[in-house]
Ligand binder design. Sequence first.
Ligand SMILES: Nc1ncnc2c1ncn2[C@@H]1O[C@H](COP(=O)(O)OP(=O)(O)OP(=O)(O)O)[C@@H](O)[C@H]1O
Length: 305
Amino acid sequence: MITVENLTKVYGSTVAVDHVSFAVRPGVVTGFLGPNGAGKTTTMRMMLGLDRPSDGSVSFDGRSYAQLGAPLRHVGALLDAKWVHPNRSARSHLRWLAASNGIARRRVDDVLGMVGLTEVAGKRAGGFSLGMSQRLGLAAAMIGDPAVLLFDEPVNGLDPEGIVWIRNFMKQLAAQGRTVLVSSHLLTEMSLTADHVVVIGRGRIIADCSIGEFTSSARQTVRVRSPQLQQLGDLLVHNGIGVRADDRVDGPPAIVVDGATTEQVGDLAARNAITLHELSSQTASLEEVFMTMTADSVEYRAPHG
Ligand SMILES: Nc1ncnc2c1ncn2[C@@H]1O[C@H](COP(=O)(O)OP(=O)(O)OP(=O)(O)O)[C@@H](O)[C@H]1O
């Protein structure tokens, strides 16, 4: 179990991670979801003791990363697959890692087999494709047979076959009872990989729920067109209802309303003598839900209708 409490990182005037608290449980894949720049990498780096928090803490079954003797035996991580010394072979890189944590040499061949790199184990890691580098990074993460695994955007840049392979690999690790946290900016990827999601936007947690709950919130958007669109948008926001401009490029301006039914929007419009030209229930894509959840309501500006 990973426990993140009040974790905060400030860089000058940028609050990269803003009082974040969540728990990551064993036996399931937890997705750490957010757009680029949301604070995922910074959070993971603080988890691993690579960056010092401005405030807050991270613990693994009650102990901080620094308190774990031979940390690779407890926590494995894949942050940047290309950090391997380019002239080292895959095998010598893993042997060096094993030695640094008092891990038996024979484990190196086990993990090479696990990720399918046995045949290229003697080759220079610098010549590896991104997919092979990712596999080597996974082998390194697994070297100490850790109970906790952290993966930062592991499918970035991979071909479809590589993506499916990593997805299944992470699911297997969770099925073995390990704690698996994987970051991504891709909702569709997370819906195929994760059981639970922690959603971060601008350094803050905006959702912490099962992937099922998260995706079911995709069914509740309402598309509205009105000659008084700005007025209606302001009214909805004033009533605490999430609103954003419809991003469809073709057709007349519209807004997309989250967390309210067509009846609620229609009644509110009628009470305020606002004319509606369209009021339709929409099945939002996950991307749309995500945008709504991460959008800052103060940034909303309705287009003039
Ligand atoms: N070393 C640093 N110095 C200054 N600002 C930083 C530093 N590292 C990150 N930031 C800022 O902190 C914020 C969060 O960045 P972070 O890389 O954690 O986000 P992310 O969700 O992992 O996104 P990405 O997937 O693009 O890496 C960003 O605004 C980023 O510019």
